[in-house]
Design a protein. Structure first.
Length: 387
């Protein structure tokens, strides 16, 4: 049966949300009041080039840091299901200080999610966000004298599911909690399943032998509180997620917070009480501070990252293959940054930019970055790291 294309589920989404009422549900404590423009001005940063794509690599996406190496994935025009046959992504390890290339790794398909597992000195990479998805683990040589190794894992159960519109489902972003729990986004989930029709939005993941075992964390249609309900609308509603994409684990009290972005749905989902049998889930509807140049629409976010104080914010520009960095000494701690990518065919209007998210109102505001970003993608904050 044919795969449901990503672009099909981005057409016909709801128009921009109506004016927001005062928040009934509070945002998670992981964020400071400084994310509220009424409490502090929107910050600006000065991006400077850090590293460029090596020869033959293009389609920069996610980034992560392991020790003194910053890893980045270049997707090389691979399709979201790994097509055409023989498609490969290039994962590059850059020196975190100089931006020099230290190692390169070739992985079949389109590598979307990339995260460092510092406890085990390895990098987890998810391949193929729409279909034919699997997991690869890169274990680099600690002294950088050799490539290290790449291990392939097969998902069980498969994130691909068959509904009335065909077979679809893969994995995207990966985050690791403070207790070592691995969270992976169920991207392009099948929302046309028979029965309860509530597949997983996010899985927890455990490696066993050559298998990556998946366990649902919460569902795409779970009914949860709305942090910023529109005037006259319910304070709780089904999530209605069609596009879980990037996620981020944020350390904090009570076990921290997992932030899951639903890109085409213009939502952020906050998950706390992660150690409980049933975690606490809240949703934040997003709106643009300024209407996109191509017409009114809700914002599409590719990645999110919290700045916790002085350090360095790394920004990947998929349009140029360049990784930028900016000093965050003047950015209020608790600020939630987001990348707004350039729209593809069938996407809602979206002006590419680096932005900040107000975690009480859901308003997404572009920030001055000192450079024009063509297609912002992965974000990474490194505390205490100076330019």
């Amino acid at each position: 049966m044919p795969m449901r294309k990503t672009t099909r589920r981005r057409v016909g989404l709801l128009a921009a949300f109506t004016a927001l009422s005062a928040a009934v549900v509070t945002a998670p404590a992981a964020f400071a009041d400084t994310t509220n423009p009424s409490a502090a001005p929107v910050p600006s940063v000065q991006l400077k080039p850090f590293a460029s794509a090596p020869a033959g690599a293009k389609g920069l996406d996610d980034i992560t840091l392991l020790g003194d190496l910053l890893f980045a994935t270049y997707q090389n025009d691979a399709g979201p299901d790994g097509s055409p046959a023989g498609s490969k992504s290039t994962v590059v390890a850059f020196d975190r200080k100089t931006g020099a290339v230290k190692q390169t790794y070739t992985i079949p398909g389109k590598v979307d999610g990339l995260t460092a597992d510092t406890k085990h000195h390895r990098v987890l990479a998810s391949a193929n966000e729409d279909l034919n998805s699997s997991l690869y683990v890169i274990t680099p040589d600690r002294d950088h004298d050799s490539q290290g190794s790449i291990t392939h894992y097969t998902y069980s159960p498969s994130p691909a599911e068959t509904g009335t519109d065909g077979t679809n489902g893969g994995t995207d972003a990966i985050s690791i909690g403070s207790n070592g729990t691995v969270y992976v986004a169920h991207s392009n989930p099948d929302t046309s399943l028979p029965g309860a029709d509530n597949t997983a939005a996010v899985y927890t993941l455990k490696l066993s032998g050559s298998t990556a075992r998946l366990t649902p964390l919460f569902g795409v249609n779970d009914t949860v509180p709305v942090i910023n309900p529109a005037a006259g609308q319910p304070t709780s509603a089904p999530l209605g997620l069609t596009d879980p994409d990037s996620n981020r684990f944020l350390r904090g009290k009570d076990g921290g917070t997992l932030v899951q972005d639903a890109q085409a749905d213009s939502k952020l989902v906050f998950v706390t009480d992660l150690d409980a049998k049933k975690p606490t889930v809240k949703q934040l509807n997003l709106t643009n501070a300024v209407t996109p140049s191509q017409g009114a629409a809700t914002p599409q976010l590719d990645d999110v990252e919290r700045v916790d104080g002085p350090g360095t914010l790394f920004v990947a520009d998929g349009g140029t293959g360049t990784i930028y960095r900016a000093d965050t000494g003047d950015v209020p701690a608790g600020t939630l940054f987001a990348s707004q990518p350039a729209p593809k065919a069938g996407d809602l209007p979206n002006d590419p930019a680096l932005a900040v998210v107000n975690t009480r109102t859901g308003v997404v505001t572009h920030v001055s970055a000192g450079v024009t970003l063509v297609n912002p993608k992965g974000l990474l904050f490194v505390p205490g790291d100076k330019d």
